[in-house]
Design a binder for this molecule. Sequence first.
Ligand code: UT7
Length: 325
Amino acid sequence: MSVRRSIVRGVGGYLPARVMTNQEIASRLDTSDEWIVQRTGIHERRIAAEGETTSDLGLAAARAALADAGMGSDAVDLIVLATSTPDQTFPASAVTIQAELGITRGAAFDLQAVCSGFVFALATADRFLNSGEFRCALVIGAETFSRILDWNDRSTCVLFGDGAGALVLEAGEQPGERTDRGVLTTHLRSDGRYRSKLYVDGGPSTTGTVGQLRMEGREVFRHAVGMITDVVEDAFKATGYGAKDIDWFVPHQANKRIIDGSAHKLGIAPEKIVSTVDRHGNTSAASIPLALADARVDRRIKPGHLVLLEAMGGGFTWASALVRW
Ligand code: UT7
């Protein structure tokens, strides 16, 4: 019996031109390249230029994804943008991208689940495509975290960077077999008891300011691997797949130690990990689609490959998805 699935047609990424190295940060703060590399695996990150907005980044990634799909923007009837750093409090930055792409039909909205945002957005778009309400979605993760960092706080400012990535998803019939292409399963979790472990100390209804990122890094780290492996096990249970079936593991890129620890606990071989944290730092909701774009550019991910996505971040939120390319 055939089933309707959300099939990946294209992927694209965009990084601002400006590279900020660890050495540059160490020249003005009490930190070192050695500490940052040892504790996080990060060597450098990108920083958006003055006036370069989250929607600019997201638009460039969306255009790259549409070009990769060989599709025009007229095919798109849904845009879900995962971001915690929108251009403005409202309207959604997704509508700016929609307007720049010349799309006047369908719907565009932002979704906020911090570093898990891209997987939440993928799950949301997948449901709309499966229900038949929309046919072709741009799922975008775009962030300018450099704008909400406290550049005097060495425990957070060394970790994050700016960037954007996007997927084009199109609804299509598949045979309903193990070889089906598309989004096979998604699993979303949140637990607001942990909301003060990683947050921004401002907002429209509290301070009336944008605020800056605050994090108890050690506490986030302590929970990360357990939450990630739990939600990946949920994806395995739902599909009958296991670690040995995975072709590529594309995790949220927060810290190399968290990525390697999660892969090890799940029994996923190191050579299956797609990692960009060394060059991008943590780009929050943009990190997974940026890593996917990286693996697309060098043609590591091929049609038919089974790709495991996972993320964990502020809220706490955590999520997984299994996608057959
Ligand atoms: O996207 C999801 C959200 N974020 C994360 O997943 C991040 C999760 N957390 C982490 O990745 C790690 O906890 C960090 C990389 C943030 C920190 O690594 P850690 O091994 O947990 O270090 P720590 O926080 O336990 O700090 C160890 C020491 C401290 O000094 P004392 O108290 O031992 O004297 C810190 O003050 O390192 C110090 N420290 C630094 N030293 C040099 C903290 N930041 C820095 C720094 N440079 N940038």
